[in-house]
Design a protein around this ligand. Sequence first.
Ligand SMILES: [Cu+2]
Length: 188
Amino acid sequence: MPAFRTPSLAMGRFSLRRKRLEAARYYKFRVGMAALMIAGFPLYAHANPKPDTFSFGHPGTAAKADRTIRITALDTLRFSPSIVKVREGETVRFVVTNQGKLMHEFVLGDKRAQVAHEAEMERMAAMGMTMDRDPNGVPLAPGKTQTLVWTFADKPGTLYYACHEPGHYAAGMVGTILVEPAAYPSRG
Ligand SMILES: [Cu+2]
């Protein structure tokens, strides 16, 4: 009988030990993840403030705005108008109204900034968090109007204004800003 019992007892001990080891590993993993979330996120969101100067410009002073461009955000996941023209170096007061019942936002930037913002919004949404306000964007609660004053860099090119509420950018909620050279050749 003892010859029969011993191996099963040993196996029982072995599997119990392995279970404990696995539990300990899982606990370590969970503690590690929690530490990462607690320590990493404030570091990312607050201790590392976002710069307010971009390759495509910087926030401007309302008093110095050269003109106003009015844009409407719609629940059809579109902006109206969907394309605007500015001059390089110009300071524009964007007055954006959310005419819908959904939450929207107006984020100005080049393609790279839009893609980065989209990825960040997805990460934050997955964590059940909301993003801090970026210097190059305004949140648009339903029915609200927000103003973003922007001084464009002295650099002609194509920029975009987009909404990164979940799914909106992917659905095409993005408008185009054509930044024209200051000395655009006259066609007259
Ligand atoms: Cu939107």
